[in-house]
Design a protein around this ligand. Structure first.
Ligand SMILES: *Cc1c(COP(=O)(O)O)cnc(C)c1O
Length: 401
């Protein structure tokens, strides 16, 4: 696929600069770069390799499968698996030298047995639930758990202890969670336990509360330019592109899209872009959030059926914002290019905005590093070179009436 019609362009230089900016900010604190969920859509292996090259001390993933994928791709650095694993996955965790999050004795027992068989130590991080209600032991059991693991499971090494905030933008909630964590650490230290990696911060907490950095921070969103940062110079490393594959002019009064949600009010030139909700665009023009939002959506829908464009759903065609009309299809959307129709051609590149994390695996990831543009997502293509020129050079205007 040397000529993809849709692709995510990822500038690895920018990711690297973001990581270096974060490292500079945290000083001696270690940095775990989160590459779960296909590196928030950017492609797990290229981002992980870039993170390691840029000085990440640790990588973080959600599932054991993701950790194994990193190992099979050749990543040698420490990898922490955030989700707890099933006892039957203990052997895999050890075979691939993955650090496991533990919060139950079933898993600890399975890891210990597997480690004893292999004559090695299982590295674990104990997780404490200080308020999220997800993984982790409740605070009142945390000290006891560390005690029991240390006393009874000789092939387990507690390398870390951590918690995860439920709403890092809220200072009082976050401080409450942090204080619970600190009191456990104090009690453990009082009892003589020394756990090298104590960590609590995600991106937002790292930015807002310097005193919570402790031994390591776990940063995802910020690496990808996905969270606001007043004090750090962080850039967006990626853009989503597609190409116009069909153009035509509809008469006034013609419906556009499934469900007849939109009706043209004038001669309307539409450009069809092969990118829909399967690829990662939101199905609805906007998701309602509460009753007022639903009401506003209803009004917008009624207006749309009279051809009034109220939704601010746009794509950039040759740098100019154009509206998406009607409902987004599974693998295409319909864009109004009436006002720029003389300057629009089949094959023209369109820039879309969508949540990168929701981007389909089938969309090519194209990486820019130094001066090379190359495609390394082997799941999509086995070619290294990619041609991103505007179309084939044989532009067709015949379909513009
Ligand atoms: C996803 C995740 C992070 C990263 O959070 P960001 O807000 O993206 O920085 C950190 N820790 C855990 C446990 C996570 O699951």
């Amino acid at each position: 696929m040397a000529n993809p019609t849709s692709w995510l362009y990822v500038d690895l230089n920018t990711i690297s600069e973001n990581i270096k900016t974060i490292k500079n900010y945290i000083g001696a604190t270690r940095l775990l770069v989160v590459v779960k969920a296909n590196a928030y859509g950017h492609g797990m292996y290229p981002v992980a390799a870039c993170a390691v090259e840029s000085g990440a001390d640790y990588l973080g993933v959600s599932s054991l499968e993701e950790g194994i994928f990193l190992r099979k791709s050749g990543i040698k650095e420490p990898v922490l698996v955030f989700n707890t694993i099933l006892p039957e996955q203990a052997e895999d965790a050890l075979n691939y030298d993955l650090t496991v999050t533990v919060c139950s004795f079933d898993t600890v027992q399975a890891l210990n047995d597997a480690a004893a068989k292999m004559n090695k130590k299982a590295f674990v991080h104990v997780k404490i639930d200080t308020g999220l209600g997800r993984f982790g032991v409740l605070p009142e059991h945390a000290v006891e758990m560390v005690h029991i693991i240390t006393a009874n499971f000789k092939n387990i090494y507690i390398e870390g202890i951590y918690t995860h905030f439920s709403l890092a933008t809220n200072e009082s909630i976050t401080r409450k969670q942090f204080n619970i964590f600190l009191s456990i650490i104090k009690e453990l230290e009082h009892q003589g336990y020394k756990i090298p990696l104590k960590h609590v911060c995600n991106s937002t907490a790292m930015l807002n509360y310097a005193e919570m950095h402790l031994d390591m921070v776990r940063v995802g969103n910020l690496v990808y330019g996905l969270c606001p940062s007043k004090n750090l110079k962080i850039s967006n490393p990626s853009k989503i592109y597609s190409k116009i594959i069909f153009l035509k002019t509809l008469p006034k009064g013609h419906y556009v899209g499934y469900g007849n949600r939109f009706k043209t009010r004038r001669h309307t030139t539409v450009a069809i872009v092969p990118f829909g909700y399967y690829d990662g665009l939101e199905l609805f023009i906007s998701q309602p959030n509460g009753i007022w939002d639903s009401l506003k959506n209803l009004i917008k829908q009624i207006l749309a059926s009279f051809g009034v464009i109220t939704a601010n759903r746009t794509v950039k065609v040759n740098g100019i914002q154009c509206n998406i009309l009607g409902k987004i299809s599974m693998q295409s959307c319909i864009v109004d290019v009436t006002d720029i129709k003389d300057k629009v051609f089949i094959g023209d590149v369109v820039e879309l905005s969508a949540r990168r994390i929701n981007l389909s695996h089938s969309i090519a990831r194209v990486y820019h590093k130094a001066d090379n543009i190359f495609l390394v997502d082997k799941a999509v293509s086995d070619e290294d070179e990619v041609n991103l020129s505007h179309g084939t050079g044989q532009r067709s205007e015949t379909s513009i009436v």
